[in-house]
Design a protein around this ligand. Structure first.
Ligand code: CTP
Length: 404
């Protein structure tokens, strides 16, 4: 999945011949799953029509501060547009537009939006080779880079003037590849490896029966997906569940029993930076597993159980630098029990679920959690989707690494 998937992108088009290539650029953004709004300078409309870009972007194109043709003139709010975006790209960026961006010469909607945008800004220059090398253009590049904007360098080749050299706007495919590589390199969990456990475990009684629980695995899978979106490499050790992962950064290790989950976690624990135990591991298993199906006979039947290994506690014992997160599912004395688990299992953070909370727990789309850290700082969260809870948990991981 492209890192551009779901991103809100503002494309600023200025008036150069390369503007015709923005039609392909918009298509590629849409194909990558991005939401896109286009702002055109007045001059750019001589090179590509607003209708083309609005059709391809599936959004109205903005060009003036208000729509003159509209009976009830609608104000194009540049501040709102600037705040909407996750990323702004000016392509093509002409010498004129670059100079206005560098000096704050705000005489059109594109520049007003640029000045209002709080998101990362990229620009892809396009001009003739001598213009590209002119000291004035170079000083615009330098000023913009100093503002933190990122330049997507022009490419070499035949130019509209008939001359050949540097100045052609990067090809749309190359712009997309540049953005993807740049965004990926800046993801907050890039380079981090995370072990996540998910789902129930099944403890065999005989070849056809087992002891299990109602965990669907959704919470763990949501954490894995969100972690991968943030750039982490994930090892997801999952008990039996129907969930699938699409992100290539997530390696799924399928297990059935608590012992298999224990072995899978220990075989990779020393390579990971973070471990998150979201699985509902069986605490007990049958002491003896019958090799054949147990036949119905006596009126009463007892299965002797023995304790499984506590995976999370065992990871706490051998913890080095790993940031260790556990879950606690409680029905009474929630905070006190969760605090005891932090100490007993040597955790850095616990995510407490109370079954007393409406909307929390097994087989639900939502969860209501309370974070408790190892210093016993308590942070109750609102009822949210499990995806949003996953994001909150990963924000805790990000803030842990930002303090190191
Ligand atoms: N856990 C584990 N291995 C086990 C049991 C639990 O890794 N054999 C992990 C769970 O994944 C969870 C945390 O320990 O992150 C707490 O699980 P929970 O069921 O709330 O607590 P238990 O330690 O099993 O204690 P109890 O059932 O007595 O509350």
């Amino acid at each position: 999945m492209s890192v551009l998937n779901g991103k809100k992108i503002l494309l600023g088009v200025s008036g150069g011949i390369a503007a015709y290539k923005t039609a392909s650029l918009v298509r590629l953004f849409i194909k990558a799953g991005a939401h896109i709004q286009v702002i055109m300078t007045p001059a750019s409309k001589d090179f590509v029509t607003p209708l083309t870009l609005s059709t391809l972007s599936k959004n109205p194109v903005h060009s003036t501060f208000f729509n003159q043709d509209d009976e009830d003139a609608v104000w194009n709010n540049h501040v709102e547009l600037g705040l909407w975006a996750d990323l702004m790209l000016i392509a093509p960026a002409t010498a004129n537009t670059l100079s206005k961006m560098a000096t704050g010469n705000c005489d059109n909607l594109l520049i007003a939006t640029y000045l209002s945008a709080k998101c990362p800004v990229y620009f892809a220059p396009a001009m003739d080779l001598d213009m590209y090398k002119h000291p004035s253009t170079l000083s615009s590049f330098a000023a913009l880079k100093q503002f933190g904007n990122v330049m997507i360098p022009a490419e070499s080749g035949e130019l509209a003037s008939g001359l050949s050299g540097e100045g052609r706007m990067a090809e749309p495919e190359n712009i997309i590849a540049f953005l993807e590589a740049d965004l990926e390199s800046k993801l907050p969990l890039k380079g981090k490896k995370i072990l996540i456990t998910a789902g129930p475990t099944y403890e065999a009684i005989d070849p056809v029966r087992f002891i299990g629980n109602h965990s669907s695995g959704k919470m763990g899978f949501d954490i894995a997906n969100e972690a991968a979106k943030l750039g982490a490499q994930v090892i997801l050790v999952a008990g039996p569940t129907h969930f699938k992962v699409k992100n290539s950064l997530v390696e799924v290790v399928n297990v059935v029993s608590a012992q298999e989950m224990y072995d899978a976690c220990h075989s990779c624990y020393n390579q990971v930076d973070v471990a998150i135990a979201a699985a509902a591991v069986a605490d007990y298993r049958p002491k003896v597993v019958a090799s054949q199906k147990i036949k119905k006979a006596a009126d009463e039947f007892t299965i002797e159980l023995e304790k499984t290994k506590d995976i999370l506690a065992s990871l706490g014992v051998i913890k080095k630098d790993q940031f260790l997160i556990g879950f606690a599912l409680e029905t009474e004395n929630e905070i006190e029990n969760a605090k005891l688990k932090i100490q007993k299992k040597n955790l850095d953070l616990i995510v407490l679920n109370s079954l007393q909370d409406e909307g929390a727990g097994f087989k639900k789309e939502t969860n209501k959690v309370t974070f408790i850290d190892k210093d016993f700082k308590i942070e109750p969260m609102e009822l949210k989707s499990k995806e949003s809870v996953a994001v909150d948990i990963l924000n805790k991981v990000i803030s842990h690494f930002s303090k190191l």
